[in-house]
Write a protein that binds this ligand. Structure first.
Ligand code: GLN
Ligand code: ZN
Length: 778
């Protein structure tokens, strides 16, 4: 018998119902009971979907009002003491306090630059830190641990949800994050080893499992995705005793791993005393044979055969070819599932139909979102259980869709292939080495020491957003819209001139989003109407899809950039998004390696760079905030990724003469482990986020003797607070102690689009003043 299940389902709702309910709740327009009603309604709908799709169990515990890791912090009774809860606050109130802090300026400080680095700032009680969930674009709230952190079962929410599903007549599999992954994903807030907390945590997990069983959960899926990482020996060694202890609870456990191969943890995963093991057969198909050998016959094997991280239809024949020998080997017993939770894909394709939908029928026919993926799993299951004939029509439709995609002239562009084949080996090299370029650029630009600049965007005001919305709805004609944008750009240029900035930007008024803006103009990219995926809390992103060979039909930024340059005698910095960021923040093709897609995008950006130079632009910035987050989960895979990623960047950046200055920008500066590769980008100037680390992160660049110029951010753009001149001066002094002063630039941490103009002007005025004071001393 073949069974099926899912590791989790998107919680946000097909129409982002949860997002809107949350935001109304936070604004005080929806009370807690009404919010809970929305949550209940979504869970019921999603469970019904799972049952109707033929799954043998619905999954309970994947729902969260903000984040599932935050749910565990409450469930396990380890809300940090620093929040000072006195017992009078309700559970939900405390939950949102953990997630959002208690700042007066919560809305103003939400990160909106794509670098969702941290929760809102607040003097005294900042929110829990937020960080990326493995290699996804989902962000979780980081548990905080102290040597005296205690645990207890402190919330009945999960048990109530199990009861809720049972009352609706569902067969239930509950899902929890495993104790080792929970500890691993947290952070020590004092010097000690958080693994030492395991002993205290395990008895609480034991109670948790017993209670889930008593509540009627037939299975408990216990997620230990860290088994796909390179773990320190002590962490690996902790697994077996921990799971032996948990076995005493006598719950039926399915240990779930995903996102990367088990590799050296494969034996360990097979050995643990659990009833079933789930593996990611999309990321690690090569391990299936070894698993079939090593997993004891009495255990169930759950095969994550449908890609939970991408939006393409599954090749069902290939899936069956993988599953058939496995099923045979396992005596006809297997579980089928998506590779990971479906949290990372949109809910359903249903919203993509209709005359106004941006996706045409052809493209839509190639896709499967969460709901359609469940249907695919059911088809596979029925092939085994009921015979191929019973799903002949479904299989045929799937084959037709796949064949159509393979044969479509929209996918392969011979011109792109020809260009790649003819690409000279040195296409990724600037003409001269940096010292010579630096001299020529200095001569051309004539900038002062400690030149001042910004990262690209200026405030996206309500008026700008309203104009764009009206334009998209067809209420504002193109000429009027462009006129508004031109005014906005002129306005930004005037303000920068009067502030005395040295290198100006046009301010990105015309850009909705740094990926979408380019994706909309590149061939090979498509957009959805409602393909929303949760990024964190109520924040969702709608990643573009890259379905075909990428090329640039025409210039994308030259007109606005030259218009802006025409308004000023100072250098106007051209502003582009880099190939790796365009790749990382999109759903990518699964029919060619990511590296190939990156290279195609790089060529398109290269053309734009060349056109900007030809138009007289002397400085061009290529943003790559996502380069670090693209790092593979296993260290062994880093070198290969970094090699193609840095080459793609250099290909984009290298068509220009020595006199043209290439900047790059990255959010965060945690680059110490990849500094050689950051240097290998060979950007003339790199701007990075450093203010929140008090410039500490810059030390690595100094030790490494980073050869090119650097603009370490001197103030945090996530907060509306105006930084004092003296404070920025102090940070610059610190920077000048580790980086040669003649290589330093002065700029904020990131773009300013989420800020308002008054604080932006005040902050930049102080920043320019700080640079002037430094110039006197160096
Ligand atoms: N140029 C972009 C901006 O200023 C960079 C944003 C980012 O790094 N995430 O908004
Ligand atoms: Zn940034």
């Amino acid at each position: 018998m073949i069974l099926s299940h899912t590791l989790g389902f998107p919680r946000i709702g097909a129409q982002r119902e949860l997002k809107f309910a949350l935001e109304r709740h936070w604004r005080g327009e929806l009370d807690a009971a009404a919010l809970e009603a929305v949550g209940r309604e979504l869970r019921q709908r999603h469970w019904a979907l799972q049952r109707d799709a033929g799954l043998d169990f619905v999954t309970v515990g994947d729902f969260a009002y903000y984040d599932h890791v935050a749910n565990h912090i409450q469930l396990l009774g380890c809300e940090p003491a620093r929040f000072g809860f006195d017992g009078s606050e309700g559970e939900l109130t405390r939950y949102f306090t953990l997630a959002r802090g208690v700042a007066a300026d919560i809305a103003g400080s939400a990160a909106g630059c794509g670098c969702a680095a941290a929760g809102p700032a607040h003097d005294g009680r900042p929110a829990l830190e937020m960080t990326k969930w493995f290699d996804t674009n989902y962000h979780y709230l980081v548990p905080e641990f102290l040597p005296d952190t205690a645990f207890s079962l402190a919330s009945s929410r999960l048990f109530d949800e199990v009861a809720e599903a049972r009352a609706l007549g569902h067969a239930v599999k509950a899902v929890v994050l495993g104790p080792l992954s929970f500890l691993w994903l947290g952070k020590e807030k004092a010097t000690f080893d958080r693994l030492a907390l395991l002993e205290r945590l395990l008895p609480v997990y034991g109670q948790l499992l017993s209670r889930l069983k008593a509540a009627g959960a037939e299975w408990v899926q216990i997620d230990e995705p860290i088994l796909g990482l390179d773990l320190p020996a002590a962490w690996r060694a902790a697994f077996e005793p921990a799971y032996i202890a948990l076995a005493a609870a006598r719950a039926r456990l399915m240990l779930a791993t995903y996102f990367s191969p088990l590799a050296d943890n494969l034996n360990l995963a097979c050995r643990l005393p659990v009833a079933a093991l789930h593996v990611d057969a999309v990321r690690a198909p090569d391990e299936l044979a070894a698993l079939a050998d090593w997993l004891p016959a009495h255990k169930e094997l759950s095969v994550g055969i449908v890609d939970g991280r991408n939006i393409w239809r599954t090749d069902l024949d290939r899936a069956l070819a993988r599953l058939l020998p496995l099923a045979e080997r396992r005596g006809g017993r297997l579980w089928l599932a998506p590779s990971c939770s479906l949290l990372h894909v949109p809910v359903s394709l249903a919203a993509e139909a209709g005359p106004r939908a941006p996706l045409d029928d052809e493209l839509r026919g190639w896709l499967a979102f969460a709901t359609e993926k469940l249907a695919e799993i059911d088809i596979l299951k029925r092939v085994f259980n009921d015979g191929e004939d019973t799903v002949a029509e479904d299989l045929a439709a799937s084959r037709r869709a796949l064949a159509a995609r393979r044969a479509s002239p929209r996918v392969a562009d011979p011109a792109v292939a020809a260009r790649l084949a003819a690409l000279p080996a040195d296409a990724d090299r600037r003409r001269s080495a940096f010292p010579l370029r630096q001299a020529r650029q200095r001569e051309r630009l004539g900038l002062p020491a400690f030149p001042t600049t910004t990262i690209g965007s200026f405030p996206q005001t309500a008026e700008i957003r309203a104009a764009r919305a009206a334009f998209k709805r067809g209420e504002l004609d193109s000429a009027s819209y462009r006129e508004r944008m031109a005014q906005e750009i002129a306005h930004a240029v005037r303000r920068q001139e009067s502030l005395g900035l040295d290198v100006l930007v046009h301010g990105e008024a015309e850009r909705n989003d740094m990926v979408e803006y380019f994706g909309e103009q590149l061939a090979g990219f498509a957009f959805t109407a409602s393909g929303w995926v949760q990024s964190y809390g109520s924040r969702c992103v709608k990643p573009p899809l890259i379905y075909g060979d990428v090329s640039r039909p025409q210039p994308m930024t030259v007109e606005w950039t030259t218009y802006a340059q025409g308004l000023t005698a100072r250098p106007m910095k051209g502003m582009l998004t880099g190939p790796i960021t365009l790749l990382q923040w999109s759903f990518v093709r699964d029919d060619q390696p990511r590296a190939d897609t990156a290279l195609q995008i790089a060529l398109a950006i290269r053309d734009e760079v060349a056109d900007l130079e030809r138009a007289g632009i002397a400085i061009i910035q290529i943003d790559e905030p996502a380069i670090r987050e693209g790092l593979p989960l296993r260290h062994g895979d880093w070198r290969a990724y970094l090699a193609w990623a840095t080459r793609a960047f250099r290909i984009a950046a290298s068509p220009v003469a020595d006199e043209t200055q290439i900047h790059t920008h990255m959010c965060y500066a945690e680059f110490n482990d990849i500094l050689p590769e950051i240097a290998a980008l060979d950007a003339d100037v790199i701007t990075i986020e450093t203010s929140r680390s008090d410039m500490e992160l810059l030390a690595g660049f100094g030790d490494f003797r980073y050869p090119n110029e650097i603009g370490p951010g001197v103030y945090d753009i996530h907060s509306p607070q105006v930084p004092a001149t003296a404070e920025m001066e102090r940070l610059l002094e610190k920077a000048a102690a580790v980086i040669p002063a003649q290589n330093l630039w002065v700029n904020p941490d990131c773009g300013l689009k989420t800020r308002a103009w008054p604080e932006t002007e005040a902050a930049l005025r102080n920043m320019v003043e700080a640079a002037k004071r430094l110039r006197v001393r160096y």
